[in-house]
Ligand binder design. Structure first.
Ligand SMILES: Cc1ncc(COP(=O)(O)O)c(C=O)c1O
Length: 369
């Protein structure tokens, strides 16, 4: 049946998000038993065990609606950062908060600004609101915050900076971020998406954003997620720290029960599991060094990463490499949706996962090491 009602005009510009292929779909489609996923920057250690113990206990409460504003989780996040709960908003993944920011602040014809190769959800979500997206070129695959600041005008409502950046893994320093915040119009909301911040531990000049910067700049929103270092991507929880008045607009338009009850309880516990986060970060940091080195020996150009994944120029077109590895039970991420046809993004896995990748590559690329 043909649809007689036209959807909003701006939706014609929107391409849907294309997520990393799931393990289950590869098992189903290719009949493979052992599949290693290095495509969505998930935690190869699995979820925080302490968080999962609480998750299991939450089972008995699943007939009840959760508390809509996630008050216990907000309070736990506030304690964790030593800030007031009014400065915290919890979302169904940080992805929901990106959406809420666009819905709350972008009228058609307003501008959203981001780097050319930044997390694609910023652009997709802004386009869904009919806004104009301005993309600023990067400098050596790093956000050029000086040029971004100059490009911000009174029409720029949102300026997105993923730090470290997905998909390039590069990061901006505290000095650069402060420079940006000091230069943009006060009417421009700077969204600093720190989904991978834990993996930048050890980078001395990485920004200390909460509470130092969030307390100082009312137009700054910092986003964090439970999906990466805490290993809870399947629960869908993330949060924003910002000025309470700014957050009140997001709170007004979020779904009434946006974060499910087991997720709210499990995330409170995850915040206490510092040992798990330390293990996750250590695994990603040691793995990314050795994997980068091994990939370079196999003909890849690999950029230094402050995250739990590597950005690499591949000796084969990215999609060809992706397909060939898929047949071997390994899922990586081609970057065609960014127009980067020769590049791939590879999440750092367990030692065994990384080894499986390297063995498959050896076979494919016929490299004697
Ligand atoms: C930079 C960045 N921001 C946000 C997200 C979304 O994370 P969440 O699972 O919290 O929605 C991702 C996920 O990959 C990401 O890479």
């Amino acid at each position: 049946m043909a649809l007689d009602t036209a959807p909003r005009r701006c939706l014609r510009e929107v391409t849907p998000y294309s997520p990393g292929k799931s393990i289950a779909s590869v098992q189903r489609e290719l009949g493979l038993k052992n599949v290693v996923k290095l495509a969505s920057n998930e935690n190869p250690l699995g979820p925080s065990p302490r968080a999962m113990a609480v998750y299991r206990k939450a089972e008995k409460l699943c007939s009840l609606y959760p508390e809509g504003a996630s008050p216990e989780l907000r309070a736990a996040i506030a304690r964790f950062h030593k800030i007031e709960p009014e400065r915290v908003l919890v979302g169904n993944g940080s992805d929901e908060i990106i959406r809420l920011l666009c819905e709350a602040f972008l009228d058609p014809e307003d501008e959203a600004l981001a780097s050319q190769f930044s997390f694609i959800r910023f652009k997709q979500q802004a386009l869904m609101m009919g806004a104009r997206v301005v993309e600023v070129p990067m400098a050596d695959w790093t956000h050029d915050l000086g040029t971004m600041a100059k490009a911000a005008s009174p029409r720029t409502k949102l300026l997105f900076v993923a730090n470290p950046n997905n998909p390039t893994g590069t990061y901006n320093t505290e000095e650069e971020v402060r420079g940006l915040l000091d230069s943009v119009p006060r009417s421009t909301i700077v969204v600093l998406d720190e989904a991978y911040c834990q993996f930048a531990a050890g980078c001395a000049d990485y920004p200390r954003s909460i509470p130092a910067l969030t307390g100082r700049y009312d137009n700054l929103v910092v986003l964090r997620t439970f999906s990466k270092a805490y290993g809870l991507a399947g629960l869908r929880a993330g949060y924003a720290v910002a000025d309470p008045e700014l957050l009140s607009w997001l709170d007004r338009i979020r779904m009434p029960f946006n974060v499910n009850l087991p997720a709210q309880l499990a995330c409170v516990e995850a915040l206490k599991d510092a040992a798990f986060v330390r293990r996750s970060v250590a695994l990603a940091q040691s793995g990314r060094e050795s994997l980068a080195q091994a990939l370079r020996e196999r003909g890849f150009t690999v950029w230094d990463s402050a995250a739990n994944f590597l950005f690499a120029r591949s000796p084969l077109p990215g999609r060809e490499l992706f397909k060939a590895l898929l047949a071997e039970g390994l899922i990586i991420r081609p970057l065609d949706e960014y127009g980067l046809h020769d590049f791939v993004r590879i999440s750092v896995g367990t030692r065994a996962g990384n080894k499986a990748l390297l063995q498959a590559l050896e076979k494919l690329l016929e490299v004697a090491v």
